[in-house]
Design a protein around this ligand. Sequence first.
Ligand code: ATP
Length: 436
Amino acid sequence: MLQQQDLMEKIVSLCKRRGFIFQSSEIYGGLASTWDYGPLGAELKRNLKEAWWRSNVFERDDIEGLDASILMHPSVWMASGHVSSFEDTLVDCKSCKKRFKIEYIGSKNKCPECGGEITAARQFSLMLKTHIGPVEEAGSLTYLRPETAQGIFVNFQNVVNSTRRKIPFGIAQIGKSFRNEVTTGNYTFRSREFEQMEIEFFVKPGTDEEWYAIWVDERFDWYTRFGMKKENLRKRRHEKTELAHYAKACTDIEYQFPFGWSELEGIANRTDFDLKQHMKLSGQTLEYFDDETKERYVPYVIEPSGGIDRSILAFLVDSYKEEKVRDEKRVSLSLHKKLAPIKAAVLPLLRNRPDIVELAKTLADDLRKERKVMYDDTASIGRLYRRQDEIGTPYCITVDVDSLTDRKVTVRDRDTMAQDRVEAANVKRYLADRLQ
Ligand code: ATP
């Protein structure tokens, strides 16, 4: 069994070494709590977003997509309550200088790590400010959005009018959010710039509790459909005292990270808070008119709000495997095939045989037209397999001497390590059948 601390170190090191995740601005010593996704990380991220979008926007008939801008009118953040109350209350330890959220300080009022004396509590705004236009003055102040949700609320009427959607229906969006987090750490788990995948699902008041329960289950199941182990997931319902100012109820889907159970996604019943606030500050109506019942009302909203970066971290941790195969350590990522960054690798068995190399390259070029495929001839076959296992490539295709005459190649499955001899001309079909 891997020690949890070791596991985290192994993931961080694998991510850097193989190009999943790099520290932002590393050559300048890095910028704290900001991360760059490398070649493999970029693929994994795209695949994760695609999977989420497909499940919600394509496969359901009650959700539309949206892509709102990051910069919004500053009044949006007044209306949402973020300007006045999106903050953390923090204390510093006078001895070890560590900073903690007030929630983590017990009744003893001492540093939870070293027992030292702590400072008085201070408020820190989580909003990242910026200025629009050439002059930095009060009137030019706005914020980098701390959640994608508000872009959806302010477009509610636009979407209803342009799509003729009837309630219940949802609007889904994926995009960057920014929070000036003051207690950071745990790798990408708490970053200052991150991506969210959010749905605002608009329902008739009175049906909100039912829809809330449906979404909690749906979102929990989604992670397991993409291979996350059920035993590493749990639902945690918020106590009344924990609820955000806008929420009537909230359940977190938590993942058992190596550093403990932590929030992966939150599903909140945001009531009609946001729409009503925007009505108040903008003076526009955001009511919905039900043609059938002739009723007019402000819808309630159920919000499943997940983090792309936290999901990526959870999927990586969850799929990391070490085992002994023929007395050798084998490291693999058993990522769901839809998420795996590279779908197949073409590997010539003998790299000094131009005829084999040529056949392998031709095959790789052909497969590349449909999906992300890698060609590699820079090591012995055993080494090449290990490299692909470690990044979760579902299929390795080797081209050998016999391939030159029988026009067949060997396809090896990452999870079972079983090998199939397949006509080179049929590999495309073979992969298509298995990567669905
Ligand atoms: P936490 O309590 O862990 O700070 P939160 O309750 O503030 O999270 P929400 O406001 O509910 O988070 O945001 C919804 C989702 O966005 C979270 O479940 C998480 O996946 C993601 N998220 C929020 N803040 C961050 C962050 N700083 N870095 C990475 N992901 C984040």
